[in-house]
Design a protein around this ligand. Structure first.
Ligand SMILES: NC(=O)c1ccc[n+]([C@@H]2O[C@H](COP(=O)([O-])OP(=O)(O)OC[C@H]3O[C@@H](n4cnc5c(N)ncnc54)[C@H](OP(=O)(O)O)[C@@H]3O)[C@@H](O)[C@H]2O)c1
Length: 251
């Protein structure tokens, strides 16, 4: 019997492709997101395409304080032990910081960082008790340098990368691996929701999830999908930040 895989942000983009991939590989999947209608559609699509797959839907807004506990209790009520956790839910916000809607920035930080940490805490404790588990946190290639005009988002992803690498070390002795996926531009709802344009060289979400799946299964530390995204990191950090300022300062 394969372990349950809990995926946050599974209603679209990379999270949806992860859900499909795990279901195809015969894993029972718990799909989480905040929009009931969108999530129901995503769950039905997967069930229609993959015979006999087990898909559980949990609607949970993860952008508020205290909601990770709610999600954890919903999982406990189902009498399920999560063997693989994919912390994928995330949003961005592009534009000048001082003109931004500060409550949206707060929700972004709560979703991308606080609730990722809290959910990891609850689920990793159970994994430690079981002496096995895998965690994949979705950061971004934005984690590697400051991002003017998209600064809060990039900073949350630097946090995710740093936190995940530290936790990887701590959990190693318990037989649990922690991996970090750092995608570059990816085709999904992300750009529209962040108020930016979908760039031409974006990778398909399915490809990103595929690289992420294989990296996670191998217990890799940091997973960077796409040769162009790897190559971009060879450019000095200061120049990368200047390019980002140019791209996002003009939207
Ligand atoms: N696309 C890119 O270029 C790119 C690049 C690097 C990293 N990433 C990261 O990849 C991850 C997935 O993004 P994506 O590109 O697949 O974008 P996406 O298609 O917009 O997917 C985001 C997912 O997060 C969920 N979500 C949003 N707000 C939520 C909330 N308050 N509570 C619970 N779930 C919420 C969304 O579902 P609901 O709307 O149903 O809640 C959706 O399932 C994010 O962490 C993002 O930062 C994306």
């Amino acid at each position: 019997m394969k372990p349950y895989v809990l995926i946050t942000g599974a209603s679209s983009g990379i999270g949806y492709e992860f859900a499909k991939r795990f279901a195809l590989e015969g894993y029972p999947v718990i799909m989480v997101s905040s929009n009931d209608e969108k999530l129901s559609r995503a769950c039905s699509e997967i069930k229609d395409h993959i015979k006999n797959c087990e898909i559980i839907k949990i609607v949970q807004d993860l952008s508020k304080r205290g909601v990770s506990e709610e999600l954890y209790h919903k999982v406990q009520d189902l009498n399920i032990e999560v063997g693989i956790l994919i912390n994928n839910a995330g949003i961005g916000y592009a534009g000048e910081f001082i003109k931004s809607e500060i409550r949206q920035q707060e929700d972004l930080m709560m979703l991308n960082m606080n609730n990722l940490v809290l959910l990891t805490h609850y689920i990793a404790k159970d994994m430690v008790a079981n002496k096995s588990g895998k965690i994949l946190n979705v950061a971004s290639n934005g984690a590697f340098q400051p991002g003017p005009y998209i600064g809060t988002y990039y900073a949350t992803k630097s946090f995710v990368l740093s936190f995940s690498q530290a936790l990887r070390r701590e959990l190693k002795s318990y037989g649990i691996t922690v991996s970090t996926l750092c995608p570059g531009e990816t085709v999904s709802d992300f750009a529209r929701r962040a108020g930016k344009q979908q760039l031409k060289f974006s990778m398909p979400a399915r490809k990103v999830a595929d690289v992420g799946y294989r990296g996670l299964m191998k217990g890799k530390n940091v997973i960077l999908p796409g040769i162009h995204n790897k190559a971009a990191l060879l450019v000095p950090k200061k120049i990368r930040s200047l390019i980002i300022a140019k791209v996002y300062g003009n939207i």
